[in-house]
Design a protein around this ligand. Structure first.
Ligand SMILES: C[S@@+](CC[C@H](N)C(=O)[O-])C[C@H]1O[C@@H](n2cnc3c(N)ncnc32)[C@H](O)[C@@H]1O
Length: 725
């Protein structure tokens, strides 16, 4: 029977509709649904949706997080077993679990959906969210036996109910020979005599080439199970090496390290030349792979074949490598990074900064030594940075958190997915991540986790941490200077300990997945390092609202204090004049007359007067910035050297930077730390001006400072000559 006149794909959920459904089902909490679709109808409906997925026009994917609940704490084996008929609406019991078997191929799009039965043959639709899954190589394949912890019914679009899982850790996939399975579902998988390690390896290789990585992993695993102590060592090394490679692709670095430790130790045992290096235990190799050091204490370079050495390097980079010097080959890294090559093989440099408690802002990042403006404070590889093409429609998606009514676009949604995948697969990476600021989420919703326990992967907590700690990152910071650039959302753990200041002493820049943090002014040992989370809004109210909404704090920096003190009336007048000047500048366009410019400058002085309070003597005057940029550029366009120098100097002053030219000596007397592209441009205009006045020494000194500032804002020197020419 065909599905009756479907109007839309009801497997795909929408945030508003879901919110309404949740509201509606509040009164039914704990009740057993009055009616449900039975087996045949469920399967027919599912098949229709599968056809729709293949043939329909696909919308961007919606990932929806319902109001939060904690993942189940109990192991499946210790939970009380329930059945489909026992489930209530929206009522999860963390002590319960259900055993299910999948009856169909899955539908995988925004979530993974399949039809399942329990031991009594009762059927239901199962929706698993936040799984790293694909139609080509599905996790929830047909005939699979799985356990769902804390199961319940959740209202679905079109008045049905399904079993919905949000935490991937609430889903446990069981081997078909597991003794806990009902007898009828158990299959003892004896390996056929004709299948050999080599055969499984070949089948795995074929699947790998077809990008069916999960299935390839299963084949290699079956091959591994056939290995015996007397197996050919080349075959043993090979199967572990293959598994390691697939695990790397699937971001399962802990498992990859385990496989490689086995491969290396088997290789070492079989190679008589190796014995003298005493490297042979898997635990020694495992420790080396995880130790974050570039040192080759086990002398791997001299004993390993290329294929194992390359994998070792890959895993060490992915688990995090550290160096103690700020030396990076920036030209090579700059040349390497591109849309297809986001991930740079570089080590972290974190040894000259440290995380410590601050007096008012929780933990923060502090300098362990003195730094000068322009110095590299730290460099960090991304913990997660999704790679995708911006014009690829098939990666379009959004993430909705119904609990707090927030939404994020593709950049944040894909980062969330990658974080869930990485944290689920790699217990060794969890501590660093879950130590981060989650705004008190876990303290309110979770439980005490001791040192020995596995840290639970709570998707709601991940999203809280993501929102507070992620950074928007262009492919290369330098691109932002010339073209409007799309940004990704990425995650850099150490950098996330930076607290915000409107007048910061550092700037973040990116080259692919490596973040460089440079000092925007001199910093003394022991000083807190800060950076701007976002460029400050002109009015204090707008600024504080943004900080409050996203990060839950109110900024108390010197600029915010001064802006609050001037009062609403003064601020309103400042904004009125600012808007007036902005409109005039737009009207005058790029070729204003001298008369018009003089008139504009007079009006600008009115705005300057409002700032002339003592409070701003050493502070930026942000409302003056844009009109002054307009004047500096307009005078430059008219080749008026003196005026260009005057307004470029003023522009720097309005950013809180005071310069002096004494004879031929150029110096920066004061610097609030607000170094940005406009400041570099102001220096460029100054250098041009002094050059045309034949003050070549001054011009050269200004250009040197411009080069340092250019490096601060782009992270490297790439393009500096062209920019400053
Ligand atoms: C990215 S984290 C920074 C590290 C954080 N202080 C910690 O202890 O993990 C962002 C959080 O730090 C705090 N924070 C950052 N800058 C602040 C500031 N200027 N004033 C007050 N709190 C701030 C806020 O709680 C914010 O949500």
């Amino acid at each position: 029977m065909a599905r009756s006149e479907p109007v839309r794909n009801t497997y795909e959920e929408f945030a508003d509709e879901m919110k309404q459904l949740m509201e509606d089902s509040k009164n039914k909490r704990g009740q057993i649904p009055k009616s449900r679709q039975m087996r045949d109808a469920l399967i027919q409906d599912h098949e229709w949706h599968l056809r729709f997925l293949h043939e329909g026009v696909l919308q961007p994917r919606n990932f929806i997080l319902p109001p939060p609940y904690a993942p189940a704490q109990l192991e499946f084996s210790k939970a009380r077993r329930v059945h489909i008929k026992d489930l209530g609406i929206s009522s999860r019991n963390s002590e319960e679990a259900i055993l299910l078997r999948t009856l169909t191929d899955p539908y995988v799009y925004s979530s993974s959906i399949t039809i399942v039965e329990d031991e009594h043959g009762d059927t239901a639709r199962l929706t698993v969210c936040n799984l790293e899954d694909s139609m080509d190589d599905p996790v929830l394949s047909k005939g699979l036996v799985l356990a769902v912890k804390q199961p319940c019914w959740t209202a679905a679009p079109e008045a049905g109910y399904h079993i919905r899982v949000d935490h991937p850790s609430d889903l446990v996939i069981l081997e078909s020979d597991n003794d806990r399975l009902p007898e009828a579902w158990r299959t003892r998988v004896g390996v056929e005599g004709t299948r050999t390690v080599t055969k499984f390896k070949q089948e795995g290789d074929m699947l790998f080439l077809k990008k069916k990585f999960r299935s390839a992993l299963e084949k290699y695993e079956q091959g591994r199970l056939l290995l015996t102590a007397s197996s050919d060592t080349v075959a043993q090394v090979d199967i572990y090496r293959k598994r390691c490679g697939v695990n790397v692709v699937l971001l399962r670095f802990d498992d990859a390290a385990e496989d490689l430790a086995q491969a290396i130790s088997i290789h070492a045992l079989s190679d008589s030349a190796v014995e003298k290096f005493e490297v042979t235990t898997p635990s020694a190799v495992r420790e080396w792979l995880h130790n974050g050091s570039k040192d080759d204490s086990l002398q791997m370079a001299s004993i390993l074949p290329r294929s194992l050495k390359d994998l070792a390097a890959r895993i060490k980079f992915d688990l995090g490598l550290y160096q103690t010097s700020p030396d990076y080959d920036l030209p090579t890294i700059s040349a390497y990074v591109g849309p297809l090559t986001l991930h740079v093989d570089a080590a972290n440099y974190l040894s000259d900064v440290e995380i410590k408690p601050t007096s008012y802002h929780g933990r923060g990042l502090f300098a362990k030594r003195d730094f000068q403006a322009g110095d590299l404070l730290m460099a960090e590889k991304a913990f997660a940075l999704p790679g995708y093409f911006f014009n690829d429609r098939s990666s379009d998606c959004a993430l909705y958190s119904l609990g707090d009514g927030t939404a994020t676009d593709r950049a944040g949604a894909l980062l969330f997915k990658e974080l869930v995948q990485k944290l689920t697969a790699n217990p060794s990476l969890r501590k660093g991540f879950f130590d981060m600021d989650d705004g008190g989420y876990w303290a309110k919703n979770g439980w005490e986790v001791s040192e020995q326990d596995d840290i639970p992967v709570d998707v709601f907590r991940i999203e809280h941490i993501r929102r507070r700690n992620c950074f928007a990152a262009p492919l290369r910071a330098v691109d932002v200077l010339t073209t409007p650039t799309s940004v990704r959302n990425g995650f850099w753990i150490h950098t996330s300990y930076l607290n915000h200041a409107c007048l910061p002493n550092s700037v973040r820049t990116f080259l692919g997945d490596i973040l460089f943090l440079r000092a925007t002014r001199d910093i003394s040992a022991g000083e807190e390092i800060t950076s701007q989370y976002v460029v400050p809004e002109l009015t204090i109210a707008d600024r504080q609202q943004k900080y409050k909404e996203t990060w839950g704090f109110e900024c108390d920096c010197r600029l915010c204090r001064a802006d609050s003190d001037v009062g609403v009336e003064v601020e309103r007048e400042r904004m009125r004049l600012f808007e007036e000047l902005k409109a005039t500048a737009q009207k005058l366009g790029s070729k204003p007359t001298v008369t018009a410019l003089k008139k504009f400058a007079r009006r600008l002085r009115d705005l300057e007067v409002i700032y002339s309070k003592e409070a701003y003597e050493h502070l930026p005057k942000l409302c003056l910035v844009h009109p002054t940029i307009f004047l500096a550029e307009a005078w430059r366009g008219l080749n008026n050297v003196e005026k260009t120098i005057e307004y470029s100097t003023r522009l720097l002053r309005y950013f809180g930077i005071t310069i002096q030219v004494d004879g031929n000596v150029f110096s920066v007397l004061e610097n609030c730390g607000l170094i940005n592209v406009e400041c570099v441009r102001a220096l460029k205009y100054l250098a041009e001006g002094y050059k045309s006045k034949n003050q070549l020494e001054t011009a050269s000194s200004v250009t040197s400072t411009a080069q340092v500032w250019y490096r601060i804002i782009t992270g490297a020197d790439l393009g500096s000559k062209e920019f400053l020419q």
